[in-house]
Design a protein around this ligand. Structure first.
Ligand SMILES: [Zn+2]
Length: 375
């Protein structure tokens, strides 16, 4: 059923320009909305860690019940998300085809706000509610990474930032490492004395052609699409070459094992030719997998059941703020709000699912409150 207030707020926020690192305007609007609901709102300096203009927004509403629940989504969007002109056709919202829609993640933001308004209007006893609207998520989970974890009292939470129909929860996501190698060879005249050179380009080729990559097992992949020698002349033996890529896995142990293998492999090849080698190994985020019997998912199922929404729990393909929260010991899962084809100009939002995600947010809070009472 149409929810005009939710739709109006969605359109207001989608048409408020934002980008990773440029969330100041939308943060001001969201801070005002949370304050209007009685929340105490603060922000941190997360933006400074990645050249952004503003920090994460933290809203807290103390409750009368024990316990604390986290609800979160992100304020930024992928590039090509400025000047969005949303168009509704047959109950589905699209952009005009020239930009993304930013339903990822404005629909999540709006679902949380609608859920909060519902439980506050109902006047039910509540636990402490923690709301985080993060910055820089799309650029690399920068906001969540820089968040002060001591601020959180919540042990579990719902991250409204997943594609798919309402009722879909994401309980597992891969971890990711960024990997790179810089090979230093030795220049020599290619015609007069090539044997005195160390050919970095050839070493790069050998390193990559003998490296296990692509689909490594059912949960682990790697990809090395960035190659460079920096050389433009054909008559000098190449003295520098580099390559870069990534590895991801839903299994932290296998991910780490692949990273170790990558390092050993590259070192062995470089050593064979006496080349210099500098490796870059950067942990982007760790994987997570929340078992279905964990309270956060038991409550998700109960909330869906009581709303007559069919609940589906499955694995996501990308990283999200939940990766960071779960790595710090919380139990958080992704919640879908009805969008698909996010990060593209074909992004779309099924409005009926979107409206129901507001009800779902309220029901999740209510279910958690019931859990606090029975504790
Ligand atoms: Zn997102």
């Amino acid at each position: 059923m149409k929810n005009s207030a939710m739709l109006a707020e969605l359109l207001e926020l989608i048409t408020t320009d934002a980008a990773s690192g440029q969330e100041t305007d939308i943060a001001a609007k969201l801070a005002a909305k949370l304050r209007a609901l009685g929340f105490t709102v603060t922000s941190d300096r997360a933006g400074e860690t990645f050249g952004g203009a503003c920090g994460n927004l933290f809203g807290v509403l103390e409750g009368t019940l024990p316990g604390s629940l986290l609800l979160s989504s992100h304020m930024d969007r992928v590039p090509n998300g400025l000047g969005i002109r949303p168009v509704e056709r047959d109950g589905v919202l699209y952009s005009d085809g020239t930009t993304i829609l930013a339903a990822d993640d404005i629909s999540g933001v709006c679902a949380i706000l609608d859920g909060l308004r519902r439980v506050l209007a109902a006047g039910i006893a509540l636990p402490r509610l923690e709301v985080v609207f993060s910055v820089g998520e799309e650029a690399g989970l920068y906001g969540a990474k820089a968040a002060d974890m001591s601020w959180f009292q919540s042990k579990l939470g719902y991250i409204f930032d997943s594609p798919g129909p309402v009722g879909r929860f994401v309980n597992a996501a891969p971890g990711r490492y960024q990997l790179g190698a810089e090979i230093t060879g030795l220049a020599a005249h290619a015609g007069n004395e090539p044997e005195k050179g160390i050919d970095a380009a050839r070493i790069l080729c050998e390193m990559l052609s003998t490296l296990k990559q692509g689909r490594l097992d059912e949960v682990t992949t790697s990809n090395f699409p960035i190659l460079s020698t920096g050389t433009k002349v054909p008559n000098v033996v190449c003295d520098f070459a580099s390559f870069g890529g990534e590895a991801r896995s839903r299994d932290g142990g296998r991910l780490r094992a692949y990273v170790d293998y990558f390092e050993t492999h590259c070192r062995a090849v470089a050593e064979k030719y006496g080349a210099g080698l500098k490796l870059t190994v950067e942990e982007a985020f760790l994987p997570f997998c929340i078992p279905e019997e964990e309270p956060v998912l038991v409550m998700a199922k109960a909330a869906c059941d009581s709303l007559g929404i069919s609940c589906r729990i499955d694995v996501g393909g990308g990283g999200m703020d939940a990766n960071i929260y779960n790595a710090s010991g919380m139990s958080t899962v992704g919640v879908a709000t009805g969008y698909t084809k996010n990060h593209t100009k074909s992004e779309q939002l099924v409005l009926e699912d979107f409206y129901r995600s507001g009800e779902l947010a309220a029901k999740l809070i209510e279910t958690y409150a019931g859990f606090c009472v029975s504790e």
